[in-house]
Design a protein around this ligand. Structure first.
Ligand code: ZN
Length: 133
């Protein structure tokens, strides 16, 4: 794995959280994007080499809505950039980690992504991501 590509934060109200994070980070949101397949609306901020991704559910039954119901707003996942996502998925599977998707899927920000089950990673949802070519 390479650098931490981004940190995902679950929020209830993206429209309210974007100006909050713009103030906090002192940088404008550079992209908002709806990922229909994941039922999320996202907003991105650059902070040095890393990005912050805010996630709001677009569906009351969506994964982010259910996460907030259980745990409240806050840290949702850490995403690592990988050079070859299929190779990294294979390696992690062989190491005993549980992949939440067996093939890379489309994520926000022009990425192919795979998530690891938090029960095999000390409770932290881990995302692998690779820039789509
Ligand atoms: Zn993410």
């Amino acid at each position: 794995m390479q650098k931490i590509e981004h940190i995902g934060i679950a929020v209830r109200d993206l429209a309210g959280s974007v100006p909050l994070f713009e103030k906090l980070l002192n940088t404008p949101c550079y992209k908002t994007e709806i990922v229909a397949s994941e039922k999320v609306a996202t907003a991105f901020f650059r902070q040095g080499e890393t990005k912050i991704e805010l996630l709001e559910s677009t569906d009351p039954e969506g994964i982010i809505a259910r996460f907030i119901e259980k745990k409240g707003e806050g840290l949702h996942h850490i995403a690592f950039e990988v050079a070859d996502i299929e190779k990294e998925m294979k390696r992690l599977k062989e190491e005993g980690f549980i992949l939440l998707n067996e093939t890379p899927k489309d994520g926000a920000d022009n990425k192919l992504v795979c998530f690891l089950h938090p029960k095999t990673t000390n409770g932290i949802l881990i995302e692998l991501c690779m820039e789509r070519k």
